[in-house]
Write a protein that binds this ligand. Structure first.
Ligand code: PMP
Length: 281
């Protein structure tokens, strides 16, 4: 399939960058992942706003206006056969002689690719997923969608090695988030989420779930959540662009609630499906 790299649409195998790219050398860049349903980006405005926030947060000059970004993404998705895609956008500080501080002159490297979006199967949703937990060892700017993902990579690998789908992280005894998802906890019939601060990435689904809770009459409490509250939860949910919303059946081998997807999951899952773009007629 075709990808976009610095002004050109090329086959993936032809897309090459310099070994001096600061993304490669320092992890000096940011990224974004946007789901597309029936050839329509879902919550594109929020995703681009977050991309622009991430760029601003690392003082990376945004090389394109929003309409240009949309056009670049359209060119890549339009060349792809799937109606449901997961679009990946990466911007780095570009190519320069190696030196930690920003180079005087460099032009951002922009890369866009897309892959089929395969949402969790009905079976996975009916069973719920296994999760494990670990101490959050990442840096203190998790609100920036940085391509420096070593902490997230190690957390994801820990899950993989324990036949789990996600690692739920805790910092100093309080819930942060998954390796690549936000985490939600139900206690006393009420949904809880950790505050949107520098300890978590504010998922685009974070805002969506807030809206769906308001629409469905589900009480949402945003506050610090202690480890014991997570382990005594009635339900735990995880959300991300690719996973949508998934129920957690177990954490570190302990069943969550009844061990089956609960009523808050069912309601939010149904509302999520309603919120997605419909087929264009
Ligand atoms: N936290 C982290 C660390 C993530 O990588 C992701 C996935 N991008 C999320 C949360 C969820 O964000 P979103 O809903 O935008 O996919």
């Amino acid at each position: 399939s075709l990808v976009y790299l610095n002004g050109q649409l090329t086959p993936l195998s032809d897309a090459k960058i310099s070994v001096l790219d600061r993304g490669f050398i320092f992890g000096d860049g940011v990224y974004e992942v946007i789901p597309m349903y029936h050839r329509q980006l879902f919550r594109a405005d929020q995703h681009f706003a977050r991309l622009f926030r991430s760029m601003r947060a690392i003082s990376l000059l945004n090389p394109h206006a929003k309409e240009e970004w949309m056009e670049l993404v359209r060119n890549v998705t339009g060349a792809h056969a799937s109606d449901q895609q997961l679009v990946y956008i990466q911007v780095t500080r570009g190519v320069a002689k190696r030196g930690h501080a920003f180079p005087e002159a460099s032009y951002p490297t922009v890369f866009i690719m897309t892959n089929p979006l395969v949402t969790p199967s009905e079976d996975v949703r009916a069973q719920g997923v296994a999760c494990v937990s670990m101490e959050d060892s990442r840096w203190l700017h998790c609100d920036i969608k940085s391509i420096s993902l070593l902490g997230n990579v190690l957390a994801a690998q820990y899950a993989a090695e324990h036949d789990a789908v996600e690692t739920i992280q805790f910092r100093d005894g309080f819930l942060t988030e998954g390796a690549s998802s936000n985490v939600w906890v139900v206690r006393h019939g009420r949904l809880m989420a950790p505050p949107k601060d520098k300890h978590i990435l504010e998922g685009i689904r974070y805002g969506l779930i807030e809206e769906l809770c308001a629409a469905c009459g589900i009480m949402l409490e945003v506050r610090h959540i202690a480890r014991a509250e997570v382990f005594h939860a009635e339900e735990i949910l995880i959300t991300s662009a690719g996973k949508e919303i998934l129920p957690v059946a177990s954490i570190d081998g302990h069943p969550v609630g009844s061990g089956k997807p609960g009523p808050v999951f069912q309601r939010l899952y149904a509302a999520y499906q309603q919120a997605k773009p419909r087929p264009l007629t």
